[in-house]
Design a protein around this ligand. Structure first.
Ligand SMILES: Nc1ncnc2c1ncn2[C@@H]1O[C@H](COP(=O)(O)OP(=O)(O)OP(=O)(O)O)[C@@H](O)[C@H]1O
Length: 366
């Protein structure tokens, strides 16, 4: 049961000018799972390694509850790690692998046996407890390494891309499993991933990083509803948000160049956009755009591509006013739209996101 706090933490590697992590302030609550999410090189692993004690901090402090830990040896922190490659001992059985951290700490045999049995049961590994780990599926191996992490009753578990070596089905199964275990045991956890689906499915809150700088920390739902900037908006949600050029157009409206007309927006957002006075990026998620046949009038766009996925159709629209721009639309399927169809486009005002074109920040959080 630990609150983990990064306070003004920075990491610079020798000979590299740009910091790998810059002035990170982040609190992971007691029993919470936070996902560090971002593209390769954004500083996720460096942050994880500093929490584990595998890398020194260049500045700042990390607290476990109110105890500063940045100068503690890794072994003195009681932090468990689950790696993407499982890191199991191949000659040992499932049970021996899970028991290993307890034996290494000199926990007495009766206590160790009880804790290992508990972990085996929790992870559904009883049937294979006495089998060697070699030859087991990736999913089973990762469950064993999670068991090994849980059995030591750690203050913090660090999950480093734990699902990357697994195939589709095992991935989905294990991410549900990890979330269930993490909640059952209420262990404070940090998950590193570059996969937004994984972060959204598993974490209580997501911390999006870019070039070592924390961009936003929020629940998956809040981040989807109110991304702090264009980068976060592009990173959360699949397929990514359409980003269209626009400008304020009076009360509660913005002019969208691609449609050569104004669209209604949430009045508060519209007023904020008005105050910026300048050019805007108008963000609309593919699943929030509606289309209708243009019925002879001047169309907003023409359908240029349709992918039918059974329950949904993915369409690409070419706007009449700016044919160089592509607009993605996701609608329930199978629909009647076909390439070449002229269409009108609409969107609910509260689904239109507005970003300052210069700073790329959401006008709501300026
Ligand atoms: N030991 C090191 N020496 C020098 N530079 C490093 C070292 N480790 C990481 N870096 C650099 O620090 C930056 C952040 O790297 P880090 O591995 O923390 O990012 P990441 O988001 O975890 O990326 P990835 O998913 O590829 O591991 C990158 O520019 C990387 O090249």
């Amino acid at each position: 049961m630990t609150v983990v706090r990064f306070e003004a933490v920075s990491k610079r590697y020798a000979g590299v000018e740009a910091p790998a992590v810059a002035d990170l302030n982040l609190v992971c609550g007691d029993g919470e799972m936070i996902a560090l999410l971002g593209p390769s090189g954004c500083g996720k692993s460096s942050t994880l390694k500093m929490a584990a004690g595998l890398e020194d901090l260049s500045a700042g402090e990390i607290f476990f509850d109110d105890e500063p830990v940045a100068r503690l040896e890794p072994g003195a922190r009681n932090v468990a790690m689950v790696f993407e490659d499982y890191s199991l001992y191949p000659r040992m059985t499932v049970r021996e692998n899970i028991a290993f951290p307890l034996a290494a700490r000199g926990v007495d045999r009766t206590t160790a046996r009880a804790r290992v049995d508990d972990a085996l049961g929790l992870l559904g590994l009883d049937d294979i407890a006495d089998r060697p780990v070699t030859g087991l599926s990736g999913g089973a191996m990762q469950r064993i390494s999670i068991g090994r992490a849980l059995v030591r009753d750690p203050r913090l578990i660090l999950f480093d891309e734990p699902l990357s070596h697994l195939d589709g089905d095992q991935r989905v199964q294990l991410r549900t499993e990890i979330k269930r275990l993490q909640k059952t045991r209420q262990v404070t956890s940090i998950l590193v991933t570059h996969d937004q689906t994984e972060a959204t499915a598993m974490a209580d809150r997501i911390a999006v990083m870019r070039h070592g700088v924390l961009q936003q920390v929020d629940t998956p739902a809040a981040m989807y509803e109110r991304p702090a900037n264009v980068f976060v908006a592009n990173f959360i949600g699949e397929p990514p948000m359409n980003m269209l050029a626009g400008r304020p157009a009076g009360a509660g409206a913005v002019h969208v160049e691609a449609f050569a007309r104004a669209v209604a927006v949430d009045p508060l957002r519209g007023a904020r956009a008005e105050r910026t006075g300048g050019a805007l990026i108008v963000g609309i998620r593919p699943e929030h755009l509606d289309i209708a046949p243009s019925d002879g009038g001047p169309a907003d766009a023409v359908v240029s591509y349709r992918e039918c996925r059974g329950d949904a159709d993915s369409l690409i629209l070419t706007p009449r006013a700016t044919p160089e721009v592509q607009i993605l639309v996701e609608i329930p399927g199978p629909s009647a739209f076909r390439p070449g169809d002229p269409v009108m486009v609409s969107v609910a005002p509260e689904r239109v996101h507005l970003f300052d074109q210069v700073t790329e920040r959401n006008v709501e959080v300026l």
